[in-house]
Design a protein around this ligand. Sequence first.
Ligand SMILES: Cc1cc2nc3c(=O)[nH]c(=O)nc-3n(C[C@H](O)[C@H](O)[C@H](O)COP(=O)(O)O)c2cc1C
Length: 166
Amino acid sequence: MELLTAINTRTSAARLREPGPSVTQLSQIIAAAERAPDHGRLRPWNFSILAGELREKFATVAALAKRAKLPHLDDAQVEVDRQKILRSPCVVVIACTLRDQSKIPDIEQIVAVGAATQNFFLAAHDLGFGVMWKTGHAAYDANVKACLSLNPKDHIIGIMHLGTRV
Ligand SMILES: Cc1cc2nc3c(=O)[nH]c(=O)nc-3n(C[C@H](O)[C@H](O)[C@H](O)COP(=O)(O)O)c2cc1C
């Protein structure tokens, strides 16, 4: 796919099914993300591929983060939110891990990870996958960050769902 075609045909995929990307394809997608412009070559990005126990833990903590902000949600709704994360063919959380010692301002590090996230999206789209870029309450929750071994001051830029577009 030509770059302009990829950009001009990119849309969010609200519904996804299996298959998601293979390990090789995911490596290609992340390698493309890491080609983003990055002031100071700090590589301030972090990619958490949610599999196995980490996915289970993330799904629970993320669903509870939403209820912490919306206390009227009952257990059934929390379970619906948990299942959204568990059912997705592939979930990758992209975060900005701020390099404190650097003279590069935080905002420039955050923007670099935003650019990496768009590269990630376009690369997955180019390989034929549907993508949904999400954040929501989970992205701003300290327990969610801790679950991914991020620092409280780090920023979750995208909770990326990938799969085959329905
Ligand atoms: C930083 C960021 C966070 C987003 N968070 C959410 C989200 O939590 N839930 C959601 O449904 N869409 C989310 N989106 C996706 C946008 O809403 C989506 O791109 C928008 O609806 C436009 O649709 P399109 O991507 O098909 O052009 C997010 C997008 C960005 C860039």
